[in-house]
Write a protein that binds this ligand. Structure first.
Ligand SMILES: Cc1cc2nc3c(=O)[nH]c(=O)nc-3n(C[C@H](O)[C@H](O)[C@H](O)COP(=O)(O)OP(=O)(O)OC[C@H]3O[C@@H](n4cnc5c(N)ncnc54)[C@H](O)[C@@H]3O)c2cc1C
Length: 633
């Protein structure tokens, strides 16, 4: 939504009255997963003790060598202005008694810098952006449209879901499938309400499809966070970076995985084991801080990965409390008192009562870790420009938010850095996408040249995208390709024998068991074998429902395919990363390599997973070279 608004602002500044932005979402936009974000968004409050330099340093430290200095500075420098701008659009930030934005501490921060709206920050942020888009007539909404594929000129035609073993490899010298001539031309989607495929041709596409942490069985993410955009990029021959970097949040409700935000610890909540002891001190997070007086980067406010690792050790040492959903520790907020809990943590209190069965004013909350945030994503510059496997920009293609790997988070995201990333990078991507100098020329023959996006053709009830009536051979070929892609996916309906629910269950179970807080070669090999088996079974997956309208059987199978594709990449990269760094901890390789390298996952022509390794310095140079203008910071 940030990207859409930025594009509209760019159009307005240039007097392009007839330009249109298509906002496409598989759910009603207010159901996007951002609505669930609780704790807040990071940004230095001007005039306070905190500094941009410190925000940069904390973020790079958290990123454990995989963060890009330029990308971090880009977001940090623009964060305060984006957060203030959001307020002008209606965001109700919590305030101090003096009227300044109230900020709280999150893990890994030297100074408090997380702006918040109680513990419903994502809800208010999404609402603010959404209601602003409603005021813009040039933003056309395509709600409940599932995007099936990207349309790129010269895109490879191979289907990802073919057979082929995962083949991790190493060495930066591998062949790349780069094709610098490719450009984004739109998307092919499916209108769930009308039961029709739709081709949306566009001069530029911004992917903001979210992460992939729902692939794990125990996850804080909603059911829609299934890596769709990443799997589309992979099918289009584009690389995905650092897929193995999956953040496990230390404090979630057992069973459901519902998040109890880090803000609860930022406000002074403490973690205790079965014996009531502040166990974190025994796992390198001490010295113990006084109860209710959290201190920077210590104990409960240590980095998330360290807290999850401490839980893992405590669990194995028999220090957790057994439940039917595994061992738990207690998050104790009682000393904060009812008034603070009601004012600062009302959502946490409600979740604990409704889904945890405890009242945090009177009882501690049982918590254990769950998959939470995926650092891996589509390779982009700090501005969200997508790069291909050779590091060249793909004209007119952008990605922002959790689906992108800009270099901000590195190997481990600091809490509250991601909401602000969606604002800053979304705006940058939208501005570039709308710029007349955008490398992607608008489609020439149908519609005015300044039309950034327009609904192209709707299909007849026969469920195929019709052939183009256009006289432009390029556009006609694109629409024909869109029709072929839609038919490919639609052909899954009413076919198959393999239970999608069973594939889904096995996927979540194996990722929880083998690709969690700690990994090793044997476990990852088991995960890879299971995923290849699931991938093979997916080729014959059953879609019982043949309905055209709101066929959730089918759309969930599409999401399952995306999760499988991304999970295969994540496991292959985890096998190849024989070191411990950030969110990727190997029991059999506890050291950290001297040279920090990114993993780059692509698919070969047969659909097998390939992994290449790229030194971080080379990735930073590629991003800088692909960034227009002198001051790319
Ligand atoms: C419980 C929880 C709490 C969090 N709290 C915080 C916090 O306090 N601070 C913070 O900084 N971060 C937080 N995060 C992380 C942060 O919320 C996310 O990283 C961020 O909201 C992701 O935003 P996004 O715009 O990238 O994706 P999303 O908000 O997930 O939106 C993705 C959009 O893409 C659409 N989409 C996806 N696939 C398709 C498709 N195939 N076709 C059509 N549309 C599609 C969806 O419909 C949706 O509209 C939290 C995460 C969780 C899980």
């Amino acid at each position: 939504m940030s990207a859409a608004l930025a594009a509209v602002e760019t159009f307005a500044a240039e007097g392009r009255d007839d330009a249109v932005v298509a906002l496409v979402s598989k759910v009603y936009p207010m159901r996007s997963h951002t609505v669930a974000a609780e704790g807040g968004a990071a940004g230095v409050v001007p005039g306070g003790a905190d500094t941009a330099e410190q925000h940069v340093a904390d973020t790079l430290r958290g990123g454990a060598g995989l963060g890009h200095d330029d990308a971090v500075r880009f977001v940090v420098d623009r964060a305060p202005a984006e957060l203030a701008r959001l307020e002008r659009l209606g965001m109700p930030w919590s305030r101090t008694a003096d009227g300044d934005p109230a900020v709280r501490r999150f893990g890994g921060m030297t100074n408090p810098r997380t702006w918040f709206a109680a513990d419903k920050t994502g809800f208010h942020l999404l609402h603010t952006l959404f209601q602003t888009t409603l005021r813009e007539p040039s933003i056309r909404r395509y709600d409940e449209h599932v995007v099936l594929d990207l349309l790129l000129s010269d895109a490879p035609s191979s289907d990802a879901p073919s057979s082929g073993a995962s083949r991790p490899s190493s060495g930066a010298g591998s062949q790349s499938p780069a094709d610098a001539s490719r450009a984004a031309r739109g998307v092919v989607a499916y209108d769930q309400q009308r039961g029709e495929p739709v081709t949306i041709l566009a001069a530029a596409v911004v992917l903001a499809t979210g992460g992939y942490a729902r692939a794990w069985g125990t996850s804080t993410n909603a059911g829609i966070v299934t890596g769709d955009g990443l799997s589309m990029a992979l099918r289009a021959g584009l690389p995905l970076r650092d897929l193995e970097m999956v953040q496990v949040h230390p404090t979630c409700l057992p069973g459901s995985g519902i998040l109890i935000t880090e803000a609860a610890r930022g406000e002074g909540g403490v973690l205790v084991d079965a014996a009531g002891e502040r166990y974190l001190a025994d796992y390198g997070l001490g010295p113990v801080t006084p109860v209710g007086e959290p201190a920077a980067r210590q104990m409960e406010l240590g980095p998330r990965d360290k807290l999850s690792q401490a839980f893992w050790h405590a669990d194995r040492a028999g220090r957790t409390i057994p439940t039917r959903d595994g061992g738990v520790v207690h998050l104790d907020l009682r000393h904060l008192g009812k008034a603070v809990i009601d004012e600062r943590l009302p959502l946490v209190a409600g979740l604990a009562r409704r889904f945890g069965g405890v009242d945090p004013v009177r009882e501690p909350i049982p918590v254990r870790p769950a998959a939470h945030y995926t650092m891996g994503g589509i390779v982009t510059t700090a501005h969200g420009q997508v790069l291909d496997a050779a590091g060249a920009p793909v004209a007119g293609l952008f990605a922002a938010g959790e689906c992108a790997s800009t270099g901000l988070h590195g190997a481990n995201r600091l809490g509250s850095n991601s909401l602000v990333e969606t604002l800053v990078v979304g705006r940058a991507a939208g501005t570039l996408a709308a710029a007349p100098s955008s490398p992607s020329e608008p489609l020439s023959s149908s519609g005015p040249p300044s039309t950034a996006a327009r609904p192209a053709s709707s299909a007849p009830p026969s469920s195929a995208v019709p052939s183009s009536q256009s006289q432009d051979p390029g556009e006609a070929a694109l629409v024909d390709r869109a029709r072929a892609r839609a038919e490919h996916w639609l052909a899954m309906r009413g076919r198959g024998t393999e239970s999608p629910a069973e594939i889904r269950r096995e996927l979540g179970t194996v990722l929880d068991a083998e690709v969690g807080i700690f990994r090793d070669a044997d476990g990852l090999a088991r995960a890879a074998a299971t995923l290849e088996d699931l991938h093979a079974r997916y080729q014959d997956v059953r879609v019982a429902d043949t309905a055209a309208v709101f066929n959730t059987d089918w759309s969930q199978v599409l999401e399952l395919g995306a999760m499988l594709a991304v999970a295969r990449g994540a496991v292959a990269a985890a096998i190849g990363r024989t070191e411990s760094r950030g969110a990727h901890q190997r029991l059999d390789h506890p050291h950290t390599d001297d040279v920090a390298r990114h993993s780059l996952v692509t698919l070969d022509a047969a659909g097998a997973v390939e992994v290449r390794w790229q030194p971080v310095d080379a990735a930073v140079s590629a991003a800088a070279a692909a960034t227009p203008g002198k001051d790319h910071r």
